[in-house]
Structure formats: C-alpha cells, structure tokens
Design a protein around this ligand. Structure first.
Ligand SMILES: NC(=O)c1ccc[n+]([C@@H]2O[C@H](COP(=O)([O-])OP(=O)(O)OC[C@H]3O[C@@H](n4cnc5c(N)ncnc54)[C@H](O)[C@@H]3O)[C@@H](O)[C@H]2O)c1
Ligand SMILES: O=C(O)C(=O)C[C@@H](O)[C@H](O)[C@H](O)COP(=O)(O)O
Ligand SMILES: [Zn+2]
Length: 350
C-alpha cells in the first residue's frame, strides 16, 4: 500500500494506491464520510467489471447506494449527459451532506466531478479511477469539466475530491489502446518534470516489464501532480505545465469530433508538435523531438496527425491558458526541463 497526501489548506485529501483495494472500498469511505447515501457513477464498460465489488462493499457496510451508469466514451462529457446525471441524483434525493463516487476513467471522473461541483452548489465526491490515465492524472487535482461542441473542457470547475482510491488490479482489464492513452500522460510527466522517469520508460521493453513497474510509475506521477497542484491549485501559473502537449492535443480531439483520437493520443501528437515548435523557436534542444517520437512509438502512440493552422488557431482561441491577446504555450527545453512561453496569439505558428 502506498499513500500520498495532497496538502491544499482546507481541502486536504489522501491518495491510496494498492492492488485489490476495491474489495475494501467501504473501509476507505468510512474514513471520510459518516453519512448514509452514496451515488456511484460509472460507465457502461466499467459497470459490469467493477460496480458489483464497489457497491456490495458499500452495501455490506450499511450505506444506501444508487448506481448510475452512463454510456462509455468522451461523448458522455456533454451537457445532455450531465442533465441526465443531475436528474438521477435528484431522483435519489441526494443532499449536500451525502456523497458521490466517480468509478471509471477520466470521462467519468471529469463528468461526475463537475456534477458534484455544481449540483446543489456542491456535494463531496471521491475518485475511484479505473484507467491508467485516470490513476496517474485526472483523478488528482480537482479539474472537472464537460466538453462543448466548440472545444474540450470548456465548462468546468476546480473541485478537489475527498479521497482518491487507486486499485491497480483494474488495469488488468484495459485494452492495449486505453493503456497506451495513460502512457501518453505518464510520458508527459517524465518530459516536464522527471528525467529519470522518462529514461526508465525508454528502457522498458515489454508490457510485462511495464506492469512490473506500474505501482512505482503511478506513485511518481501522482506525487508530481500533487506537488504542482499544491503550488497552484487554480491554474494561474505553475500548474499550466501539466498542459504540455494539450493545446495541440485538444485541437486534434475536437477536429476529429472526439471519435477518431482519444485524449492520450491527442496529447501524444501534441507533445511532438510542441517539441517541433520549441525547436523552431530555438528553445527545445536539438534531438528532443526525435527522442519524444521514439518513446511514443514504443508505446504504440501516434506521432503525427493531419491538422491545419486554422484548426489549431481555433483551439488556441478557446485555450484556457489564454490571457487576452496572449497564449501561454508549454514547451520543454530538454527532457525534464519545462518552461512556459508567453506568445501573442497572432504570432503563434507564423
Ligand atoms: N481532470 C483532469 O485533470 C484530466 C486529466 C487528464 C485527462 N482528463 C480527461 O480524461 C478523459 C480521458 O480519460 P480516459 O483515457 O480514462 O478515458 P475514458 O474514461 O473514456 O476510459 C477509456 C475507456 O476505457 C474503459 N474503461 C475504464 N476503466 C476500465 C477498466 N478498468 N477496464 C476496462 N475498460 C475500462 C472506459 O469505459 C472507456 O471505454 C478525457 O476526457 C480527458 O479530457 C482529465
Ligand atoms: O490537471 C491539470 O492541470 C492538467 O492540465 C492535466 C491534463 O492532463 C488534463 O487533460 C486537463 O483536463 C486539461 O485541462 P484544461 O484546463 O486544458 O482543460
Ligand atoms: Zn491530459
């Protein structure tokens, strides 16, 4: 069992990492919740795999639960799905002193977290992430959101969870594509903040070897995210580094209607594009782009996608790192050495 504490004054919480801990979900929940009602939100793929373990643990411990299942996939991070979720929670007569659990990948975490941030002006929630991406990134830090047709995560909030429960056994049922998505964010952490992690990822030669190191990798990433979020919870400065590859990545996801490319795949190509752009500006050292391309290919992630300058400019216009006419672009000078470059939006990509 590994444990981390996110120290945000007034909103502290623990992250527990272990295999098999879903069986004891109720014991963890009891540490932070003394009420009775819990709405458990999950998706149509995760429900048949893990809802029974979670709900029966909660029921055996005397909690009154309602399982709410939404369709799997990014399209569920939508206003329509959010409204349905609100209605299901209100039908369950949830109040502000009750609890919500997000059981699933980043889609469920973001959607449920946003419902928790807004329904009745805020209900406490717990993250139980079941994908690698959610375990290393989205379940920690409190960014919650839905997408709009005009762009990714355009309606959202900062709402820290009460606890994050990471069961690494859940990773055994992921498809190789979803596992690779998580690796894109893991590679991001190495690229921005942890050269040793990046080098370790470069040396891994098989999925078996990856799984042998997965607990350590998850711990490392959560620890980096914890530190970054503690220093800038509301994304006004230092937290922006977690967006490395995302300006381009979000543009790719949107261009292809959130269907062709997943978030991790968009971020993978976005990191290559950021390295190329950084090299062009003379910021990213020569050779870094090649190294990025090579590691991404090793984890079966895409490194190139067709997208026009106009489509990128559209994404820049709604990017949350914008400040009036300027945009904060995240670049790396070298592996593990990140920087924030402020540019005029009109000069970007010229
Ligand atoms: N809030 C944040 O800080 C943050 C960080 C990174 C990404 N995100 C968001 O996260 C989303 C991507 O998350 P994701 O990659 O987890 O996608 P996802 O939630 O869509 O999950 C990917 C697929 O895996 C399935 N799945 C989940 N757990 C499983 C398991 N254990 N076994 C088998 N199948 C399983 C899901 O049903 C889905 O089909 C994007 O919307 C992205 O914007 C948010
Ligand atoms: O937690 C953060 O901060 C991040 O930027 C993590 C990203 O991996 C994540 O995809 C996030 O949701 C992107 O945020 P956005 O502010 O660009 O919508
Ligand atoms: Zn991301």
């Amino acid at each position: 069992m590994e444990k981390l504490k996110v120290n945000i004054p007034g909103r502290e919480y623990e992250i527990y990492i272990d295999n098999g801990i879903l069986n004891n979900t109720a014991d963890y929940i009891r540490k932070i919740y003394s009420g009775e009602k819990i709405a458990v939100v999950t998706d149509s793929n995760v429900a048949p795999l893990y809802s029974e373990i979670v709900v029966s643990s909660l029921a055996q411990s005397g909690f009154e639960t309602k399982l709410i299942t939404v369709p799997a996939g990014e399209k569920s991070k939508s206003a329509d799905c959010l409204m349905n979720l609100y209605n299901e929670m209100l039908d369950f007569k949830l109040t502000r002193t009750d609890l919500i659990i997000a059981l699933g990948g980043g889609v469920i975490g973001d959607l449920t977290g946003y419902a928790a941030a807004t329904l009745l002006r805020g209900i406490p929630y717990v993250q139980i992430p079941t994908t690698l991406l959610a375990q290393v990134d989205s379940s920690v830090g409190g960014k919650v959101a839905i997408d709009l047709p005009r762009g990714k995560n355009l309606v959202g909030a900062f709402k820290q969870p009460e606890m994050v429960i990471i069961d690494t056994d859940c990773l055994k049922t992921l498809t190789s594509r979803v596992l690779a998505d998580g690796m894109a964010e893991v590679i991001k952490y190495g690229a921005i903040k942890d050269k040793k992690l990046f080098e370790m990822l470069e040396s891994i030669k098989s999925t078996k070897e990856l799984f042998a190191n997965i607990d350590k990798i998850i711990y490392n990433c959560c620890d980096i995210k914890r530190q970054v979020v503690e220093s800038d919870e509301f994304d006004t400065g230092g937290r922006m580094i977690l967006n490395f590859g995302h300006t381009f990545g979000h543009a790719i996801e949107k261009k292809y209607n959130y269907e062709t490319y997943t978030h991790g795949e968009g971020v993978a190509v976005g990191m290559v594009m950021s390295c190329e752009y950084g090299e062009k500006l003379g910021i990213t050292h020569n050779g870094v782009t090649d190294r990025m391309i090579s590691i991404l290919k090793n984890y079966n992630l895409p490194v190139d996608v067709q997208i026009s300058k106009d489509e990128l400019a559209e994404a820049v216009a709604v990017d949350k790192k914008g400040e009036g006419s300027k945009i904060n672009l995240i670049l790396i000078e070298d592996i593990g050495k990140v920087m924030i470059k402020k540019l005029e939006k009109s000069d970007f990509l010229k």
